[in-house]
Design a protein around this ligand. Structure first.
Ligand code: GDP
Ligand code: MG
Length: 662
């Protein structure tokens, strides 16, 4: 394939706007996969079970297609991008291999927070953008209005906007034409020394590590000897090919082409994302790579039965082969035994990994409350702390802590205007600062310039009727312990009621501590906006904050696995909530047990567990012999999983209960 018939593109879309469906249609239309009955969702690219279940794309996938236009066969490479804020790193990495992108927007929903952030990444990289409105088969779709929105938000000319239904296939052939007509071919030179950009890797049980590459210059063939710019390791290429849509071996990979190579890499870590591969003995300047993914949410993972640790660790290792952005360290807790401390890109990432682990590991795990990485500043050094047990007692002057900083993010939320007040309250109750908002639809409040190309510049369209301009934080009930985030969209677009889709949309921006959004923020965002809000964030650096470690004491002994880092304003609430939860799940002991929450030396909350009688069978009606025996056996079985905290005996399940309920 000469370069001029190659097109490398991705699809940028907010969750549920139809990216997977469009990918299926494109693959069908080009004969890459056979056509099933119209309207079925094959979701060829969503390979992971959890992706299919949740309907989200986690890992970027790549597929090649052949399409003949103007009498010439074209090779179209679709490089999928995940549609979630946690995976921004994967997004920018996918875009680096492309010259163009389809900006796919649901014509019943309009522009959403993630479309905006990914659009800007694509623009910065100089990609050609093809705007596509999807779901025009739905009566609630408003293509003209959304096209105007694209114009006011991104400066897109409405005459460039395609209108399709990915579900019925209507208009999809125009998308193929636009890809060929509008997106420039990659340029590269077959006669230059080999330069291959490594943008992703897969793990195959039989062939080991498979690297996905885009050839910049030169030609790559089976049998070639190559080396990595990053690791300087040498390899012999055992197979090259294209994803069509599964791996199909080819004789070579030409400049501009995207494909896979197998070269006997043993460890996944050898396939360094962003690396440049070159011919052995013919060194080249490496292409600009990537910042490695940064873990932003940490949690400890422990087996419910401590004897299962080895099995758990093996499952974790196997899973990290396919998801390299998870960081793993061993951790041991006096209360929970041996476990692993895992670092994730975000809460959805954590949740997805946990689900995959449970599928694969086939046993119960205990996941501790999520923590973000804090900076503890001493006079002469700064320490990054991502485990509450390592957090110093800041109230103790002997600890010499100058200050504590926490990571913050710049958040943007897009909602129909009637939910703006509700969203502001939500942000305030999560310690948001620098709140600002404006309207997305050009004509909503004032005549704003139609050529606003950046979402971050305010168009100063002040609302005629601000929904709730109160700046006082409105108290909300929030359960800080909730580690589960339901990121799956509440309803598919088909089921979404129409009325609000015609309401003007507002974009709300603020700075918010990351720790505030790793708990129940998404759930509340979705429920308090009836599912209409979309949310995205980017790194906002660190800010000084009034934080302290909260520990829980059973009979005056601290339980390490339950330590939390809490902002002063939330101490009372958090302390009380947790103490109540513990009181509920801890079985009564032979003696009275005080359950306390403490910050430094100060007790914040307390409950008392009253004593029970020694003979567990005494309370059983009539003392029937068989029942009595059974009860004693049960007690023996659970003894094995008992943990001791000081003099208090705790079943491991109690931790499971307290950490997994909100
Ligand atoms: P993704 O999250 O962007 O990959 O979105 P999907 O492709 O999974 O689509 C989300 C939902 O929208 C699914 O229920 C699809 O069947 C539906 N959908 C996608 N395209 C269309 C369309 O053109 N018309 C209609 N009515 N539904 C669509
Ligand atoms: Mg999808």
């Amino acid at each position: 394939f000469p370069c001029d018939v190659i097109r490398n593109f991705s699809i940028i879309a907010h969750i549920d706007h139809g990216k997977s469906t469009l990918a299926d249609r494109l693959l069908e239309l080009t004969g890459t996969i056979s056509k099933k009955s119209t309207g079925t969702n094959q979701q060829v690219l969503d390979k992971l079970k959890v992706e299919r279940e949740r309907g989200i794309t986690v890992k970027a996938q790549t597929a090649s297609m052949l399409h003949t236009a103007n009498g010439k066969a074209h090779l179209l490479n679709l490089i999928d991008t995940p549609g979630h804020v946690d995976f921004a790193w994967e997004v920018s990495r996918s875009l680096a291999a492309c010259q163009g992108a389809l900006l796919l927007v649901d014509a019943t929903q309009g522009v959403q927070a993630q479309s905006i952030s990914v659009f800007h990444v694509a623009k910065e990289r100089g990609l050609t953008i093809i705007p596509v409105l999807n779901k025009i088969d739905l009566p609630a779709s408003q293509p003209e209005r959304i096209a105007a929105q694209l114009q006011s938000t991104f400066g897109i000319d409405p005459s460039d906007v395609l209108q399709i239904s990915a579900k019925t296939g209507k208009g999809v052939e125009h998308v193929l034409h636009a890809i060929i007509e509008r997106i420039p071919p990659p340029h590269g030179n077959a006669d230059e020394p080999l330069k291959a950009f490594l943008f992703d890797s897969l793990y195959d049980r039989y062939r080991g590590v498979i690297s996905l590459v885009r050839i910049q210059d030169g030609v790559l063939r089976k049998g070639d000897k190559i080396a990595s710019c990053h690791t300087r390791k040498k390899y012999e290429v055992t197979e090259v090919g294209v994803m069509y849509p599964e791996e199909v071996p080819t004789a070579s990979l030409q400049p501009g082409q995207v494909g896979y190579i197998a070269c006997n890499m043993k460890e996944s870590s050898e396939a360094h994302i962003g690396d440049t591969l070159h011919r052995l003995g013919v060194p080249v300047d490496p292409m600009p790579g990537f910042q490695p993914a940064k873990a932003m949410v940490y949690a400890g993972v422990f087996p419910v039965d401590s004897n299962d640790f080895i099995k758990l660790e093996e499952s974790i290792k196997r899973l990290t082969l396919t998801d390299r952005s998870v960081t793993v360290q061993r951790e041991s807790s006096s209360a929970l035994g041996q476990g692993c401390r895992l670092g994730f890109l975000g809460t959805l990432h954590m949740d997805v990994f946990r689900q995959r682990l449970e599928d694969e590991y086939d046993a119960s795990i205990i996941v501790t409350a999520p923590t973000v990485p804090y900076k503890v500043v001493y006079k002469d050094r700064t320490v990054l702390v991502s485990n509450p047990t390592e957090f110093p007692d800041v109230s103790d002057t002997a600890s010499k802590v100058k200050e504590v900083q926490e990571p913050v993010v710049k958040a943007s939320i897009i909602v129909p205007e009637e939910y703006l007040g509700e969203m502001m309250d939500l942000c305030f109750s999560h310690r948001a600062e620098d709140l600002d908002h404006r309207y997305l639809d050009a004509g909503a409040a004032s005549a704003s310039s139609a050529s606003t190309s950046s979402a971050s510049t305010s168009t100063a369209s002040t609302p005629s009727n601000p929904p709730n301009s109160s700046t006082a934080p409105i108290p909300t009930t929030h359960t800080t312990a909730d580690a589960t985030v339901d990121a799956s969209p509440p309803a598919t677009a088909n089921a979404t009621p129409a009325p609000t889709s015609s309401a003007p949309r507002a974009i709300l921006t603020c700075t918010i501590p990351l720790s505030e959004i790793v708990t129940d923020f998404f759930d509340q965002l979705k429920s308090r906006s009836s599912g209409y809000a979309s949310f995205d964030y980017e790194d906002g650096g660190y800010k000084t904050s009034d934080l302290a470690k909260m520990v829980f004491l059973l009979n005056s002994k601290p339980v390490d696995a339950l330590a939390l880092i809490v902002h002063r304003s939330a101490q009372q609430h958090v302390g009380r909530t947790w103490v109540k939860k513990l009181h509920k799940v801890i079985p009564r002991q032979l003696f009275e047990v005080p359950i306390q929450a403490a910050v430094g030396k100060k007790i914040i909350a307390r409950e008392t567990l009253s004593a029970m009688r020694a003979d567990v069978t005494a309370g059983l009606y009539g003392g029937h012999y068989e029942r009595k025996m059974k009860h004693l056996e049960n007690q023996k079985a659970s003894k094995r999983r008992m943990k001791r905290v000081g003099s208090v005996e705790l079943p491991q399940e109690a931790f499971f209960d307290v950490l997994s309920t909100g």
